[in-house]
Write a new protein. Sequence first.
Length: 600
Amino acid sequence: MFFGHTALAQQNSQRRPGRAILEIPEVPRSEVICFALYTVHDNTLKLTAQLYPLQSGEPTAVRLEIQKDGQWVEVARTDVIERGWTAPFRVEDWDDTQAYPYRVRHGSEAVYEGLIRKNPVDKDEIVVAGFTGNSIQPAHGGDISRQDLIDNVQKVDADLLFFSGDQVYDHNRHYAAWLKFGRDFGEIIKDRPSVSLPDDHDVGQPNLWGESGKISTLSGNADGGYRQPGIYVQEVERAQTSHLPDPVDPRKIGQGIGVYFTNLNWGDIDFAILEDRKFKTGPAGRVPKQGPRPDHIRNPDYDPASVDVEGAVLLGQRQLDFLDAWARDWHDAQMKVALSQTIFCGGAHIHGGANGRLHADMDSNGWPQSGRNRALESLRKGFAFHYAGDQHLATIFHHGIDEHRDAIWSFCVPSIANLYLRWWEPLQPGQNREPGSPEYTGDHLDGFDNKVTNYAAANPDKKPAGNLLNTRAAGFGIVRLNKKTRQITMECWPRNVDVTDPSAHQYPGWPLTISQFDNYNPPSWGKLGELTFDVDSPVVQLVDAESGEILYTVRVNGKSFVPGAPEGQSFDIKAGQDAPEKTVVQGAQVGGEATAVQLK
């Protein structure tokens, strides 16, 4: 990062050929506010305005105003944080039942305007547009337009934007590239809530195993930790995440780096916002080396159990505790979705080029396997759907732990601009495929022996024509969350199409619609007796009668529900209008009798 005018001058004077697109331009003082990101959660508005560098002697105060009853009213004021030039606002007791035009102001000239939307609780369908991998490498296509993405978001009128990572690819100048990101996407960001999650390239490294903030000293960073100073990482996270709801566990990690994992309730959809790699263990020196790199396994005959070493962490206990509590809490929530950087499996076989077969990649969230399984166990307790990116390859997987398809579904969106190509191309056809589906679909084991079932993969051509980043299996995702039917529809669109045009085609395998309840419906389970309620859509919780373990908690759809459960065990069922407060059935077993439940 560059904190002052001397450093900014050095940055521009030392730029390498082809880097002109990442210059920090001189802007009129009336345009010193570049863009703004915001969320509204639990009647609290958080908005972070991103400024261009201020000149010496300029005021540091920035004001936030909203239009109310035809008048502009100041609702917050803050000072610019010079390291990164951000201005974070917080407004409590926010009325989210109506929309408000807003403007951010600096000095007497600079004004940036947008719209704080009303909470779309009255909509049956919540639309979330998903993006990842915003490469602008000049040698591989350069500064390609994002206008098709902007146009399509506006046409579908997305309720929420989700940028899963690698918004910035410049490893030493996040600030300049972040301004570029804001100029490219500001037209849609200014008028709707956004979630942006910094990933490895955002914090200035090729891969990231954060390992609770340690300092990385190994090339490739596979020893774990961060290669950039902690103050750089803090600045990146402040720019990209300070507008998110408050972290649920704000204790800092090493080097003074903060955390941002939390939840966002928007439109009665409860989104868990995760940090895949902040606590994740680095593999170097901990696992047997199976290739030229400590994180790449090229030996197909290796023992996957040998790398699932004791003490290796994925999400870490703090995030798992959060997920367990989040899965049980259904206040003002009808469906649950987890947002994170990437999916919980090794979702590609070929990396970089057509001959780059890699048996397993520890940069994926398929490793460590025990940590992966713990994450899935927590997520399926709330029937959570998983929305992510990072892999440069769009996929749909149904994940398994003890058996295929006994956990959640995931949708990994394609890169906006695809520099580094990957393919899902297993050597053996998948088992239990859908009729007529490609051989790469169906039940598989990934390179770590994790159980996965593939339903779609947007594989690029083996020899992609041209070198434009937006022609190589690039695109974006749309997820439609229907609260009335509890259906989840995944759409995967290529670049340069109009999604409202009936002749436009999605990538093969999309769209695909599943039920919310498919996120925890193991094939081996049976059904308990039907429950009928005297209230609409209560919360139901299934508890193992012997151990007291909570198997799952979910808000049902309507006034009846048939709980799924393992055979040969007894369960207590709790229920309530907004929380499972009352035991309504004791000792329920598969094939048991129906029960009428009174909750009023």
